[in-house]
Ligand binder design. Structure first.
Ligand SMILES: Cc1cc2nc3c(=O)[nH]c(=O)nc-3n(C[C@H](O)[C@H](O)[C@H](O)COP(=O)(O)O)c2cc1C
Length: 498
């Protein structure tokens, strides 16, 4: 069966807004790719995404060649379009990797996606066989190494990504660096969940995006219903980075998952000597602390498995068909870009023009709003620190206060650099927070305030083209994300004693 894509006039408009050269290279209609999620991205999901105009990678890390063969055939039965196979050399025994590569070459797989260490010999072998090679990287250094090795497309993976996370840079920092330095198309990955995210990534210069988490809660994904539902139920900031799920992978590799009994420390030492079986996949034991996530083919204690999810999980509320999710995302992204509400492409040269009129006013209003909020945060933490007796929480609040004061300075300087006078007001957040007597509840409220700042910064950053202000605000974003997580951890352990 081959799925045909008939484009309505409306869809044609979306194509003309979203089309980028990488679509021609990968043979897709929309610049949106399904991540090569091991276990989860099987032929059913790849067929659905590719058939709906996106691009799909089969997640085949460490899979036997017989399964690769079957899955490739099944994708081909569903679509005539190009698709990819994802492999991870660092997590695969060399003999198996060799056989996997030989199979991809023999089957004439159109695209292979590689992740983790850049291995030039693997890239070269695939390229020599006429296969398009896509490398997912987490740093500028690896991006350039992959390009030198012969990769034709890069995926810049931000630390917001679900699953294994290679680098430590937020996408908003990593993406512009790689786009500026690379000569090949760059796709953005990590925490992207809706049309606004796609519009923003494109405006940062990405030619497209890669979605993992957003496509897990779909009818076609091979994730177990338990994993899908946990993503749907996830609150904002429900994910964290950990190296606790390590069996099968190089030591120290970090993954982003939903918090569970393993990450809360209730299941013992992940690096102890005892191996505990907590599940089964058709006769294969699933071990506690392994990198296996719950799949349709498994039984066992799913709560204790690696529940991979990116930071966008909190914004995914339903289990739908993959085509429906994809079409909603591309339609929203195109509408935003067309309306001009989304940020302008940094390469368009608009940023070289002096900021004037309504744009300058809007930027100043946003910076002043943030300044008021940070001032409120600094005052709340300053006073709260004097009321806390638990030493660790107190130390944390003092360090957040220092950060907030620093960001007040940064915002003040940014406003002055636009020849304007910084606001002297303190945000209403201060009164609201101080009205909460219970310290744990006040800290939780502070975290919601920090979350608000994160969202405002994410919305604002694409419109900032002054490099110095932009770098300062990126650092501010990063620091807020870290502080939110630090407060969450402290509240979980000392909240009661605060
Ligand atoms: C369940 C899951 C499994 C993943 N497995 C792989 C994998 O086998 N190979 C790979 O290159 N990336 C893998 N990733 C990472 C993705 O390639 C991608 O970076 C990530 O999904 C993007 O972030 P998002 O999940 O927030 O969309 C996985 C991600 C998830 C969520």
């Amino acid at each position: 069966m081959s799925i045909q894509i008939d484009l309505t006039p409306e869809a044609n408009d979306i194509v003309s807004t979203l089309h980028r050269p990488v679509c021609d290279l990968l043979g897709c209609t929309w610049p949106v790719a399904l991540a090569g999620m091991g276990g989860v991205a099987r032929s059913e999901l790849v067929g659905a995404v590719t058939g709906a105009g996106g691009f799909g990678f089969l997640g085949m890390v460490r899979e036997p060649v017989a399964l690769i063969r079957e899955e490739v055939q099944r994708v081909r039965a569903r679509t005539d379009r190009k698709f990819g196979v994802n492999l991870i050399p660092a997590a695969t025994h060399p003999e198996l990797l060799d056989a996997q590569i030989a199979t991809c070459i023999e089957l004439g797989v159109p695209v292979v996606g590689l992740f983790w260490d850049v291995v030039p010999e693997v890239v070269r072998r695939l390229r020599d066989a006429g296969i398009i090679v896509v490398c997912q990287v987490g740093s500028l250094r690896d991006a350039l190494a992959a390009e030198d090795a012969g990769a034709q497309v890069l995926i810049a993976q931000g630390r917001e990504a679900g699953g294994h996370v290679w680098g430590d840079r937020p996408l908003a920092m990593l993406l512009p660096e790689i786009v500026a330095a690379a000569r090949i198309p760059v796709l953005a990955a990590g925490g992207l969940a809706d049309g606004a995210d796609v519009a923003t990534a494109l405006s940062f210069g990405a030619q497209g995006v890669v979605l993992g988490t957003a496509l897990i809660p779909t009818h076609e994904s091979f994730a177990h219903a338990y994993h899908k539902q946990r993503i749907v139920d996830a609150a904002e900031h429900a994910t964290l980075l950990t190296d606790a799920f390590h069996i099968n992978w190089p030591r120290g590799a970090r993954v982003r998952v939903l918090a569970n009994s393993v990450t809360d420390g209730q299941r013992g030492d992940p690096f102890g000597t005892v191996k505990t079986v907590i599940g089964d996949e058709e006769g294969r034991p699933i071990y506690l602390f392994s990198t296996d996530s719950p799949l349709r083919s498994m039984t066992g204690d799913f709560e204790a498995m690696a529940l991979y999810a990116g930071t966008g999980a909190g914004r995914i509320d339903t289990i739908v068909g993959a085509a429906e999710r994809l079409h909603r995302i591309v339609a929203d992204a195109a509408a935003l870009l067309d309306s001009g509400a989304a940020p302008t492409h940094p390469a368009s040269g608009v940023h070289d023009a002096p900021l004037a009129g309504a744009k300058r006013e809007a930027l100043l209003a946003a910076l002043n709003e943030l300044l008021e909020a940070e001032r409120a945060g600094a005052r709340v933490t300053s006073q709260t620190a004097t009321e806390i007796t638990a030493p660790e929480l107190r130390q944390l609040v003092v360090s957040i206060r220092q950060d907030e004061a620093r960001w007040c300075g940064v915002l003040t300087k940014a406003i002055l650099s636009l020849d304007a006078t910084p606001t002297r007001r303190t945000g209403a957040f201060y009164e609201k927070a101080m009205a909460i007597a219970d310290l744990s509840q006040r800290m939780a409220f502070l975290n919601r305030g920090q979350g608000w700042v994160v969202r405002r910064l994410q919305a604002l950053l694409p419109a900032i083209h002054d490099e110095r202000i932009r770098n300062d605000l990126l650092a501010m974003l990063d620091s807020h994300e870290k502080n939110i997580r630090r407060v969450e951890i402290q509240l979980a352990s000392t909240g009661e004693r605060a």
